[in-house]
Design a protein around this ligand. Structure first.
Ligand code: WQD
Length: 342
């Protein structure tokens, strides 16, 4: 009897890639999304890749009754919670919108999960942003969290603590927080990928939109950081590798392999990559020249962060496999695919 996984925010960039990997690993998946930050492109792409429709519920996780009804309708064995707002800058301008939505929706999920007969497993989409500007690199799960530099980052820390405390208090509830580094790329089919609304905040969609001519020029935010080439360093993890880490974590929970009620894993490659290195790799693998210029630092950016993924490698039996070149080729293929559709 296959297990059922609810993917909240499953029509989004990460949620859709995780859905594909879960179904291909033999899980039944229910997608629920309020479509506030995406359209049907990725959901249709998921169905095309899998060759079939999936149960899809349009709903808002801030609606407690709708969440209860969802848990009553489907035999949910595990939830992967992506449904949240995630724009760092917007969260500074609209803190109440972020606290209300990101905390409220997660609390509704946990209330429904803990009330479920036989308990439930909850996988939370956290972020390396909880580490702030680390004193030491690479960061491990024991590296200290630093006070958040944005309400968005604070909601990630608060949701980790809410999950930790709920697992302690409510029998039957198990939890894992996956701290992602920088997810990039698209599915090799080019049928699902990142669909930023408006001007992209993140680097790779800005690169691909510049390459396709939607943006005039990429601004590299600062080349005076204390890094080898002066530009910011991050741990860019391929979206399909990231999705596979979710399958490994859900399987760990459902197979009863957890070693504690609440666990945290860094999901990264362990390889630091600078902005300039990424731009050069993009140009090389795709055989094009990118129009870019160096500008001032972006307020709130940190110089560098990258993961020590050895705990996830060992405990989840998972390792990032795709090269940054393959990932950047997939990002470019996706940009061309959606340009053709517009
Ligand atoms: C990466 C690097 C920029 C855009 C954010 C969130 C994090 C997570 C991932 C949600 C930095 C540089 C960027 C551009 C640039 N989001 N850059 N020009 O800031 O590391 O992380 O997205 O979970 O929580 O904080 O990602 O892609 O914005 O920036 O030079 O147009 O690229 O300075 O060095 P970031 P990013």
């Amino acid at each position: 009897m296959s297990k059922t996984v609810l993917v909240s925010g499953g029509a989004g960039f990460i949620g859709s890639h995780v859905t594909v990997e879960l179904v291909q690993a033999g899980y039944d998946v229910v997608i629920a999304d309020n479509m506030s930050n995406c359209d049907e492109t990725n959901y249709k792409g998921v169905c095309a890749i899998l060759g079939r429709e999936l149960p899809f519920v349009k709903m808002d996780f801030c609606d407690a009754k709708a969440v209860r009804d969802l848990f009553a309708k489907y035999p949910i064995d595990a939830v992967i919670h992506f449904a949240a707002f995630k724009a760092v800058g917007e969260s500074v301008a609209e803190p109440l919108k972020y606290y209300g939505n990101n905390l409220g929706s997660f609390i509704n999920v946990l209330e429904a999960a803990r009330a479920k007969e036989g308990g439930c497993n909850v996988l939370f989409s956290s972020s390396a942003t909880v580490y702030g500007e680390p004193e030491q690199q690479p960061v491990t799960e024991q590296s200290p969290r630093q006070s958040a530099t944005s309400p968005y980052g604070n909601t990630k820390q608060m949701c980790e603590d809410i999950l930790r405390d709920s697992v302690k208090a409510y029998p039957g509830l198990k939890g894992i927080a996956l701290r992602y580094f920088n997810p990039i790329g698209a599915h090799p089919s080019a049928l699902i990928g990142e669909l930023p609304r408006g001007v992209p905040n993140n680097l790779v969609p800005y690169i691909t939109q510049t390459a396709i001519g939607k943006r005039e020029c990429l601004s590299i935010f600062g080349d005076d950081y204390p890094t080898p080439d002066g530009t910011g360093q991050r741990d860019y993890i391929d979206i399909v590798d990231l999705a596979k880490a979710h399958v490994a974590a859900v399987t760990r929970m459902l197979d009863g392999k957890m070693k504690a009620g609440y666990e945290i894993f860094n999901v990264g490659t362990g390889r630091p990559c600078s902005v300039l290195e990424l731009v050069k790799a993009f140009e090389k693998v795709n055989g094009l020249k990118l129009n870019y210029r160096i500008t001032a630092r972006r307020p709130g950016d940190i110089a560098a962060i990258w993961a020590d993924p050895s705990y996830a490698n060992a405990e989840l039996g998972w390792k990032a496999e795709r090269s940054v070149e393959d990932t950047l080729a997939s990002a470019w293929a996706w940009e061309k695919h959606i340009a053709g559709k517009e």
